[in-house]
Design a protein around this ligand. Structure first.
Ligand SMILES: [Zn+2]
Length: 471
């Protein structure tokens, strides 16, 4: 019988292969039960020491072969076909568990207390789903990942990272899913520079250090019912759809330069310390109705995108103050700017707040409020446009004067509308301008006109102040 062609292996060749049962390629035969049985027997014969390092072995689809008869194991340059389900297997704490290994299928670890680094410079085919359940990690999961290669699906459920950070960085393939459920991270959690994450779900987890989601492109991000005790960074990222609910940020939270393509809904989210939405883009709108800010927030350059047609008749995007989903959101943003004495920015959101209030009012339910808000908007765009009251003053004065002088019927018509002459007498009593009118008789119609003019002058002054004043 010929010997295995691998150096330092003197096992006999398996069937027509040029290598032994441990080292031969099992791409096509891994599911054959006879092969698996023979492989398992051979493995146990060859590796019966207390410390075992498996080198260059091609593993078929086998489960739970690493029982207590294998003490202190590690894998170097191994290839895994088929499904690997490893439960409660022992390992050393100073050697990496999988070094330069290749995985081709489902991997699952259950109830393991890892003391070592797990994957060093490993490669995962795009079929690999790695599920780790109820395990603790003392060191890193992906250690010195020079290939920037990660499983397509990564599920961590009831896991605890006690010492070293968790990091997924510069993934060079599509990551279909990263699911973190009921986990605890005592060191930094970082996912950065990954431009192809389809689903990132973090739920019911505790981050005792920093949560860093930096420079990523994520199709769907869910951050639910979790607490971040360290800094929470979701920056420079593009997030197509998001679901953020019941999250507590106990340190600085930063969303700067991130772009949310759907509604950014921070429902039941609490910010204990400072937070920043500097240059954050919410393409549709933002909802802060159920969000609490216990400290200062930076909303400078928070914006939405609007498509407009430029002079060359092309669609271009321009930034506008962020669209808000409701009045409360506008009020919170306005309030934050007011606290920082940024009155010009506060005014922008004051107008949005007023417009949202206007939407809430119905003519049938609150006719007077409805009228007041409409007049306020028409006359000065909620005290933002100083030119508008001037235009109205000019138009009204011009119309009154021209009608009065040309036809002389203005007084007659209005007098007939207010049929009671007593109103004219009342007008003299009410008339705030009587000192200036040198005893001339002021009709009620003229008082009405002057009140309108006075209101518009007031709006003109307020609008100018709104645009320039410091409170
Ligand atoms: Zn061999």
């Amino acid at each position: 019988m010929a010997e295995c062609s691998l150096e330092n292996c003197n096992e006999e060749c398996f069937e027509n292969e040029d290598k032994c049962i441990l080292h031969c390629d099992k791409r096509d035969i891994y599911s054959e039960s006879l092969v698996k049985k023979k492989f398992e027997e051979q493995l146990k014969i060859k590796y019966s020491n207390s410390i075992n390092k498996f080198e260059k072995i091609i593993f078929p689809d086998i489960n739970n072969i690493f029982d207590q008869t294998f003490n202190e194991i590690s894998f170097q340059d191994c290839t895994f076909y088929g499904i690997q389900i490893l439960n409660d297997f022992p390992h050393t704490d100073d050697v990496t568990l999988f070094d330069n290994c290749i995985f081709n299928n489902y991997i699952s670890f259950h109830h393991i207390h890892f003391k070592c680094n797990i994957f060093r410079m490993c490669r995962f085919s795009n079929l690999v789903e790695l599920t780790i359940y109820d395990s603790t990690f003392k060191k890193q999961l992906f250690y010195k990942n020079l290939h920037n290669n990660y499983p397509s699906k990564l599920n961590l459920i009831y896991c605890k990272f006690t010492n070293e950070r968790f990091i997924v960085k510069k993934a060079n393939t599509i990551i279909d899913t990263i699911k973190i459920e009921y986990c605890r991270f005592n060191s930094n959690f970082e996912i950065s520079n990954c431009l192809n994450i389809t689903n990132l779900t973090i739920t019911n987890s505790l981050f005792n250090s920093n949560l860093q989601l930096l420079d990523n492109t994520i199709e769907k991000m869910s951050l639910l019912l979790s607490t971040i005790e360290g800094t929470g960074l979701i920056t420079n990222s593009t997030i197509v759809s998001n679901d953020i609910y019941g999250v507590v940020f106990n340190e600085f939270a930063n969303f700067q330069y991130s772009k949310f393509k759907s509604i950014l809904n921070l429902s039941n989210v609490h910010f204990s310390k400072q937070s920043s939405f500097y240059n954050t883009t919410v393409e549709q709108s933002i909802n802060l109705e159920n969000t609490t800010f216990a400290n200062e927030v930076n909303f400078i350059a928070l914006s939405s995108k609007q498509r407009i047609i430029d002079e060359n008749k092309n669609f271009v995007e321009c930034s506008t103050p962020a669209n808000v989903l409701n009045r409360e959101t506008a009020r919170k943003i306005k309030d934050s700017f007011e606290k920082q004495n940024n009155i010009i920015e506060a005014n922008k959101y004051y107008v949005i707040e007023m417009k949202e209030r206007e939407k809430e009012l119905e003519i049938t339910k609150n006719p007077f409020d409805w009228l007041v808000f409409k007049v306020h908007r028409w006359s000065s765009n909620h005290s933002q446009n100083w030119l508008l009251p001037l235009v109205w003053i000019f138009i009204i004065s011009y119309l009154v004067t021209s009608i009065k002088t040309t036809y002389g019927i203005f007084e007659t018509i209005l007098y007939n509308i207010f049929i009671f002459g007593v109103l004219d007498k009342m007008a003299n009593v009410i008339n705030p301008f009587s000192i200036m009118t040198r005893g001339e008789i002021l009709t009620f119609n003229m008082l009405f006109l002057k009140v309108i003019i006075a209101y518009l002058i007031y709006q003109f002054i307020v609008s100018i102040r709104q645009n320039t004043r410091r409170k």
